[in-house]
Design a protein around this ligand. Sequence first.
Ligand code: NAI
Ligand code: MG
Length: 336
Amino acid sequence: MSKKITVIPGDGIGPDIIQSALQILDKAGCEFDYEMVDAGLTALEKTGELLPAATLDAIARNGVTLKGPLTTPVGEGFTSINVSLRKQFGLYANVRPVTSFKGTKARYEDIDIITVRENTEGMYSGLGQITADDGSYAEAKSRITRAGAERIVRFAYELAKREGRKKVTAVHKANILKSTSGLFLTVAREVAKEYPEIESAEMIVDAACMRLVMNPEDFDVIVTTNLFGDILSDLCAGLVGGLGMAPGANIGQDCSIFEAVHGSAPDIAGKNLANPSSVILASIQMLEYLEMPEQAARIRSALADVIASGDRTTRDLGGSHGTTDFTQAVLDRLAD
Ligand code: NAI
Ligand code: MG
């Protein structure tokens, strides 16, 4: 029986780029059975809910989800759908790899960095949110748990081991945020001792930003807390040509959600202009997670070839074609 995958087309450019990824997965012979469900604005318009129960059921039942970007309505008391999904399904690890592809307009050529971001704690835990009635102050709590820090750091080292990577850098701000970042760093040092075969480094987050821009080759796997990971992974996307090239996997014990790092891009939605590479790369991450390395490698090579040759590429890659032409160029290379 073929593996069932939950697919959320999403909002804005979501349906177009997801369609592109599904065509490519099919052409590469993956033979998945897709269960299509709605979330975000699309779901709100149809059902009155951003995350309908049927969608949550499908995510839980099938375990693996491929998701387009979702629009969270602003200023109407809605909490971020992505934050809700991560919390609800315990998707504690956000794995964001960036790799250089020849033919993009990136400033560097040999980038290969994975950011492992803790996805449920820290500044995004949503605890203790207060805004004074008169607007004179606001506060929020950041919580780091020993168990949460240990789980994410161990995840990063296990990933490094599995993928034959050489170095894990723990990024923190323990000099100022002594309690929270301090606990994260203490735990990172403890876990590092269990992996003597992998080089362990630590770096303060502001210094890490400068180093990433000046000497990105110093980095291999980065492990960090939620807020720093959010920011650093976008910085890393910038090193390889922007958000159109950046995928992310949200991994939990029982469920995983694979997605593009970018949003629903309302400025180009419905215009056939989106670069589908981010979600194609997310599908490749999904295939690796499902232990289908051959299909993953075939798709990666077809995508790399299209970008390197400039055959029917999208505008953000320096071309003049649309999502459908770009997709067809990748499909053509998967033909036999
Ligand atoms: P965005 O990431 O949607 O767009 C930023 C800029 O990048 C825009 O100029 C857009 O045209 C461009 N861009 C993004 N993806 C592209 C692609 N594949 N090809 C070519 N150009 C691309 O960020 P923005 O505008 O701040 O957010 C729009 C909406 O997306 C918001 O409602 C936000 O809440 C949501 N969002 C959802 C995320 C998710 O579901 N994972 C993540 C980030 C934002
Ligand atoms: Mg972000």
